[in-house]
Design a protein around this ligand. Structure first.
Ligand code: 13P
Ligand code: SF4
Length: 363
């Protein structure tokens, strides 16, 4: 039966092979389970399919279910935890993740897990953040090419030049950035706490990196002056105010909610602006009849699965980086313990501090 060999560990995992030791089970390469749609797989995953049946057609479930079962078994066997961002697809978000959330929630929860192995289903900066906060743990990302246009827009050397140009002005950096950039930073922020972080410094001017549009949004909420960088999210910069006005003209009662990485003309059309977690809370609390979610489109699927009374309009902009993470790659990650996130200890030492300052502020 598929997956059964995994259940039987630590006895032999395949006929004729010697039993695995606890260390091999935890860190060694394991044999690939059979991935077939069988009555046993159907039974074992039925409760998970219930969670996603409104967003995953029944005809597609036989392709996902064998992976879901194998991943959940292997995760338990490895003693691993799966952290997934709100933009992960529903079969990951609802069926294999242990912890889900926005960037701030994931960073905070990464510090609370007892597991020795963290599998980060999200983009590379998120896995780096987990590693910075858990230097002694093994942090895996199923595809290390899962980048972010914001993180790619700036280097540590750029930040050093900015600090020379504006001596003494503190640097606030969005977590969507590399460890190199964080190492040059005073305090990090996410989209859910950026205003609070900027104001926490008690100064009248900060360098705010690298998201220009998030910075422009923060500037509308505080008296602190922000020196901005021209980094943009390649997903959110594609939305336009005209597109949203067209939705509103067609249906005046419709609700529009947007992520602060969107350009200012888009946010001007929104009824609510917030981080991915704040957008989800808004929908669950308000239960609008129809809502336009102006963000990466998998998130609407994830919320739709839990909010059956809300109709979602999904202008579909996918994040190509988030979409690199798939069930087969998560399984591969757990079987072969790859790809491990490693950070130069000298950089990690400095990059950890601004994240810890942010988390301390959130607490
Ligand atoms: P959140 O922190 O709001 O989840 O945003 C992360 C992100 O990458 C949005 O594009
Ligand atoms: Fe980066 Fe934008 Fe993708 Fe978020 S949605 S990970 S900001 S490219």
């Amino acid at each position: 039966m598929p997956g059964q060999t995994l259940h039987s560990a630590p006895a032999a995992v395949a006929p004729g092979l010697p039993p695995l030791t606890p260390a091999q089970l935890r860190y060694g390469i394991l044999p690939k389970p059979t991935l077939e749609w069988t009555p046993e797989v159907e039974r074992a995953t039925a409760h998970l399919y219930e969670k996603v049946r409104t967003v995953i057609p029944a005809v597609e479930w036989p392709f996902f279910a064998p992976y879901v079962k194998a991943i959940n078994e292997l995760k338990a066997q490895r003693g691993a935890v799966i952290l997934a961002h709100n933009y992960q697809t529903p079969e990951i978000f609802h069926c294999v993740a242990d912890v889900v959330g926005d960037s701030l929630q994931l960073a905070r929860l990464a510090t609370k897990t007892d597991a020795d192995i963290i599998v980060q289903c999200g983009v590379h900066f998120m896995a780096e953040t987990s590693k910075l906060l858990n230097p002694g743990k093994t942090v895996l990302i199923p595809d290390s090419r899962a980048g972010c246009s914001l993180a790619a827009s700036i280097t540590g050397a750029d930040v050093r030049l900015l600090k020379q140009r504006y001596p003494g002005v503190p640097v606030v950096t969005y977590v969507n950035s590399s460890a190199d950039v964080k190492a040059e930073t005073d305090i990090c922020c996410t989209s859910s706490n950026a205003v609070k972080v900027v104001e926490s410094l008690g100064v009248d001017r900060v360098i705010f990196l690298p998201d220009e549009y998030l910075g422009k949004y923060v500037a509308t909420q505080t008296k602190v002056k922000l020196i901005l960088w021209k980094g943009h999210c390649e997903v959110h910069e594609r939305f336009t105010g005209a597109e949203l006005r067209a939705y509103r003209d067609a249906e005046p009662g419709i609700q529009i909610i947007a992520h602060p990485e969107c350009p200012p003309d888009v946010l001007a059309e929104a009824d609510f602006t917030g981080s991915t977690a704040h957008m989800i809370d808004w929908v669950k609390t308000r239960q609008p009849k129809r809502v336009v979610m102006v963000t990466e489109c998998s998130m609407a699927d994830n919320v739709a699965a839990e909010a059956p009374n809300v109709e979602f309009v999904r202008p579909c902009n996918l994040c190509p980086h988030m979409k690199r993470i798939t069930l087969p790659k998560i399984l591969d990650s757990l079987l072969n313990m790859r790809e491990e996130v490693l950070i130069d200890p000298a950089i990690a030492e400095r990059a950890r501090l601004p994240i810890e300052r942010m988390i301390a502020l959130a607490a």
